[in-house]
Design a protein around this ligand. Structure first.
Ligand code: DQA
Length: 160
C-alpha cells in the first residue's frame, strides 16, 4: 500500500524533453555567414524557443561538431522517448550514419523534424541532397529561426 506522498508521485507524469539538436558549425551562429544564417546566436534561439513554447516540456538545445556525439544523442532520444528537432547542418548531405540513427528515432514512433535555417535547395548543388529527409517525419527549411519555431509548434501539437 502506498502512502499519500507515494500516491502523488505515482500519478506524476514524467515530462518528456524536446531535444533540439544542432550539427557542425551551428555553434558559430550569429557570426557565421549572417547574410545566410541571420545574426542570432544559439542562445538567442534557445530564448526564442522557450518563449514560444506552449507546454511544460523542457527544451533541451544542444550543439556539436562531432558526428558520434550527435548519433549518441539520437540514441538517447530513442531510449527516453524524446521527440527531436534536428538541424544536421553539413551532415545532412552525406552522413549515412546519422541517417541510420535518425531512422531509429522515427521507427520508434517518435517525431523527428529536420530543420534548416536556409533553404538548401536554393543554394549550391551539393546542398540539394539530404540523406536525412527520407527518414525524418518532415522537413522545414528556409525560415531562419522560424523553421525551429514551426517545428516546435508541430512537436507540441503532437505531444498534446
Ligand atoms: C544548414 C544548411 C546546410 O547546408 C549547412 O551545411 C549548414 C546549415 C541550415 O540550417 O541552413 O550548416 O543546415
Amino acid at each position: 500500500m502506498s502512502s499519500g506522498a507515494d500516491a502523488t508521485a505515482d500519478t506524476l507524469d514524467v515530462v518528456t524533453s524536446i531535444l533540439v539538436l544542432n550539427g557542425p558549425n551551428l555553434g558559430r551562429l550569429g557570426s557565421r555567414e549572417p547574410d545566410v544564417y541571420g545574426t542570432g546566436n544559439l542562445e538567442d534561439l534557445r530564448v526564442a524557443l522557450e518563449s514560444a513554447s506552449r507546454s511544460d516540456h523542457e527544451i533541451d538545445l544542444r550543439q556539436t561538431n562531432d558526428e558520434a556525439t550527435l548519433i549518441g544523442w539520437l540514441h538517447e532520444a530513442v531510449d527516453n522517448g524524446s521527440p527531436v528537432i534536428l538541424n544536421p547542418a553539413a551532415f545532412t548531405h552525406y552522413s549515412y550514419a546519422l541517417r541510420d540513427a535518425a531512422a531509429l528515432v522515427t521507427k520508434a514512433g517518435l517525431i523527428l523534424v529536420e530543420v534548416h535555417l536556409s533553404n538548401p535547395h536554393a543554394r549550391e548543388e551539393f546542398r540539394h541532397t539530404s540523406v536525412i529527409s527520407a527518414v525524418a517525419t518532415g522537413v522545414i527549411a528556409g525560415f531562419g529561426f522560424d523553421s525551429y519555431l514551426l517545428a516546435l509548434e508541430l512537436v507540441e501539437r503532437r505531444l498534446g
